[in-house]
Write a protein that binds this ligand. Structure first.
Ligand SMILES: Cc1cc2nc3c(=O)[nH]c(=O)nc-3n(C[C@H](O)[C@H](O)[C@H](O)COP(=O)(O)OP(=O)(O)OC[C@H]3O[C@@H](n4cnc5c(N)ncnc54)[C@H](O)[C@@H]3O)c2cc1C
Length: 403
């Protein structure tokens, strides 16, 4: 039986952040991280396309929480304790400078996730946190005040345990055995598979600001849109995939979306097209893209209304103008399946938030059992918000563990 003061289960983002903060706050505590893999921080390594989108330049808690389809209400208090600004300061104090990109995402100035990993490895060494790899946790039990954690390499005992195992079904099962409820895990942050003539041959096309509605649903979003080899992606789609994660899973990822490529009403668009008919009478409709629609997409939308590439604006009848307006403002696409968004994906689901004290991140059911990161039923849209949840929950849990 191996005795420790604090056991952190999971050597990922939340586990490392918590263990470092615990050991730094109280150097007398024996802190160990139990990690099932032979490597640690594997998700940090691949995060943000290898650049690690550490956090987001959003400094108002009330605004920040709006990025969490699950956890919005619960994270408001915690963000008043440890926010994005604190994350920036935490890393800066340890020699890691972050930079802000135009869309608010924040990365290490090195543009390399290895910088974050190196920082964490240096800190665990400095504060004498034991990192035990190849220690997969098989059971968690509590008798009296003491937790007994059985791993593939022996049994550990401690008075305090922090679970930071991400979206690991086995650990959720163990926690269910301890009386916790688990919200059913479903994927979040994915791209939409769409087979459609209009986008088949134009992968790589980006439209800067579209709005997207899911038909027969209240879900809608706006933002940039990217045509991929399989369908559609970029924030307008990824936001929907996060906020609609449960609904889309129920629909087996088969549903219809309506895209407004120019964020204009159908009626205004028809009026604009009538003006173009006057102004550009002798020009071909196909050739000159309008409303800042990318040329390759414009071509596809024009062909979709059944005119050829020689038709002039003057030849367009009322029905054709309306059909073009519909393509521009109400284009319906059938989604059939999803694909992984390689920059970032997460799982919606996890420990029921009603069973967690959000002032401390301690279990309401089992004293001295704490949670941090994706093990909780909290997830966010893409942009650095998922890591911010890991940092905030880990920091607050750590603070209360050392109390
Ligand atoms: C490809 C990709 C890119 C991403 N990019 C970003 C990004 O740029 N920005 C962002 O904000 N978010 C990003 N995310 C999401 C982010 O990585 C997660 O939200 C975050 O890693 C969650 O941290 P965590 O510590 O809770 O879980 P994890 O990082 O998943 O860590 C959990 C750890 O627990 C270990 N473990 C599991 N079961 C056991 C067990 N039984 N015993 C012992 N150890 C166990 C696992 O091996 C793992 O090391 C990305 C996700 C992916 C998949």
């Amino acid at each position: 039986m191996i005795q420790k003061d604090v056991l952190v289960i999971g050597g990922g983002a939340a586990g490392f952040f918590a263990a470092i903060n615990i050991a730094e706050a109280n150097p007398n505590l024996k802190v160990a991280i139990l990690e099932r893999g032979k490597e640690v921080l594997t998700k940090v390594k691949v995060s943000g396309g290898g650049r690690c989108n550490v956090t987001h330049a959003e400094f108002i808690p009330q605004e920040l929480v709006l990025n969490y389809p699950r956890g919005e209400k619960e994270l408001l208090g915690p963000f008043h304790q440890f926010m994005t600004g604190d994350t920036i300061e935490w890393f800066e104090k340890r020699g890691v400078a972050l930079k802000i990109e135009d869309d608010g995402r924040m990365f290490p100035i090195t543009d390399s996730s290895q910088t974050i990993i190196d920082c964490f490895l240096k800190e665990v060494k400095k504060h004498k946190v034991e990192v035990l790899t190849n220690h997969s946790v098989k059971s968690i039990e509590k008798s009296g005040d003491i937790f007994e954690i059985e791993t593939t390499q022996g049994v550990f005992q401690s008075k305090k345990v922090l679970v930071a195992t991400g979206s690991n079904p086995k650990i959720w099962q163990l926690l269910e055995g301890l009386g916790h409820s688990i919200a059913n895990p479903v994927p979040s942050l994915f791209t939409f598979n769409i087979k459609d003539e209009r986008i088949k041959n134009i992968p790589g096309v980006v439209v800067n600001n579209v709005s997207v509605k899911v038909l027969d649903s209240d879900l809608e979003s706006s933002g940039p849109l990217l045509v991929t080899h399989w369908g559609l992606s970029a924030p307008a789609i990824l936001k929907l995939s996060a906020f609609g994660a449960l609904e889309f899973a129920k629909k087996n990822y088969k549903f219809q979306i309506e895209i407004n490529f120019i964020k204009m009403s159908f009626e205004d668009c028809v009026e604009n097209l009538k003006n173009l008919k006057q102004r550009l009478a002798k020009k071909t409709v196909f050739k000159f893209a309008q409303f800042d629609v990318p040329k390759r997409l414009w071509h596809q939308l024009v062909l979709a209304i059944g005119i050829d590439n020689e038709t002039r604006w003057a030849d367009m009848n009322k029905e054709q103008l309306e059909a073009l307006a519909a393509q521009l403002t109400q284009a319906v696409f059938r989604v059939d399946g999803k694909s992984t968004f390689k920059e970032e994906f997460v799982t919606a689901g996890g420990i029921d938030l009603k069973e967690v004290n959000f002032k401390t991140f301690e279990s309401k059911l089992i004293p001295h059992l704490y949670f941090a990161g994706e093990v909780l039923n909290i997830d966010a849209v893409t942009g650095g918000f998922n890591f911010q949840n890991a940092w905030t929950s880990a920091f607050i849990a750590a603070k209360n563990i050392v109390k």
